[in-house]
Design a binder for this molecule. Sequence first.
Ligand SMILES: [Zn+2]
Length: 244
Amino acid sequence: MAHRGYNVPVRRPGFSRLAALAASFISGMLVMALPALHDASADPPRSRESRAAGHCVRQKPQPFMIRGNYLPHPRLHARSLRYRVEEYGRLEGIGPSTNPHPVTHYLEHTTFLGLPIHIHRRIIPAMRCVEADLQHSCRRSPYQAKAIGGYRDYNSYRQGEVTNHLFGIAIDIDPQDNPCCGCVDPWPDNPRCKGPAASVYQRMAMPECWVKVFEKYGFYWLGHDQLQDTMHFEFLGNPDRLGR
Ligand SMILES: [Zn+2]
């Protein structure tokens, strides 16, 4: 959402054999380097993940959390911000302080779609369900994510809005291939944003099937928003239903 100067955290090389070999070497080095970067005590308990994978909770985004619903209504906007603080942690200088911990207290380093990500630990069970379901439901429209982003420590919105990346509950997938055609410059210059399109799904490389799978587990796709932010999913379901 309004991804100014998007900072791609991890990028997978292209398809050449040499690049593939290099990628495998680099990922090996990353794995070796991980213990130094990684607080193992912050890892999600295995039992919780496998429980979630075995019993995936299907749910819809909560309507008051959807950007297009709360933006025209200041009180609803304030309610969604208060809810996010209470459920996911407080932010420095933004919104109420009604959580004993900052968002950073709840973040974890994990992997998603085979790529490292920094994300709020409460939504990891839903991410595992998406991963498993993608393999099953989207076999006929294969797609490999090359670059993903999760938690971000700066707000990319203006005029009082607060991005869900600040709460660690938003995920971007391949920004260059799945652009935000309604965002600020230079996004509208992306070739996928030019010319007519029968639907917003034609503005991106990611298959529509992926959107449908994310939406089963409480994620909202910002491609539905006037921003047409096709790279962006955010968890707007009820995190209590995912377990603690
Ligand atoms: Zn985003």
